[in-house]
Design a protein around this ligand. Sequence first.
Ligand code: F6P
Length: 324
Amino acid sequence: MNKKTAILTSGGDAPGMNSAIRSFTRRALWEGYEVYGIISGFEGLINEEILKLKSRDVGLIINQGGTFLKTSRSEKFKTKEGLKKAADFLLKKKIGSLCVIGGEGSFSGLLELSRYYDGQLIGIPGTIDNDIPGTEYTIGFQTAVETAVMAVDKIRDTAFSHGRIFFIEVMGRKCGEIALAVALACGAEDVLIPESPTNIDELSERLMKNKESGKRFSIIVVAEGDDAGGAFKIAEKVEKKTGLPHRVAILGHIQRGGPPCAFDRIMALNMGDRAFEFIKKGLNLVFTAVKGGHIEPAYLKQVKVETKSVKEAAVNTVRIMGTI
Ligand code: F6P
């Protein structure tokens, strides 16, 4: 049996990734495996940047944001040459399995790699967006939401003092999960997400009604990928319709950093541990998916389940709570 395994982080970093690296490494060492950390994601496979990991190397990282293995969005890995180079390196090093912590793009990368590499390939869902089909949770989401909620709470103070509308943009190019959670937790007046079409006239009307009903200020949470544009564009359009005073805040990458919350540390720890178990069981091309609160193997290629109606219902709840 091949007892050499490797781990890397890929795509956007997410708080909690370090906890998964730690648990995967320690569980594998416990089972008598040699463990290698690949530096800077798939780029590290192509550039042959590798680090043999001992238990102490993954000490003191469970509470750290980012990823100590570093990450990248590798363009080279999308080419045949890049994939072949990566596979050849794994074969040259006699590594029998690879665990990748990342988002949907990283999982697609693993599927591509399987055309040239016959070792085991296992994924751990890690992205603040919580947008990977087949799992209820991705590492980093809860911490990102907590960070954004803290920021919105601060902005609300100044919004109230000045009586302004605030358009607050959170991350999520294709997915409104962060925006919805933040809007619900902060009692925002409105939320705009890519999954639900934004109507500027209706939004402007709701804001005018809020004002007439005595609301001094409004908080509108905008997912960066909303169909009507980002927060700046939407604010401009609403200003033209209403003339109401407003400001824009883009929360940006602060949502990706900082110490992971306890939930992310624990979830990541369990996923890293289970990912190694999957390797030991001989599974291949699966990832640690959360289903009904439990971690189970699911195929890397999952069909997207339509969640539009659930999200529209949540948008509606935000609006009812924010306009009554
Ligand atoms: O990792 C996911 C994410 O944070 C998205 O929410 C965001 O759109 C994107 O990454 C930003 O990526 P980058 O850091 O490469 O600009």
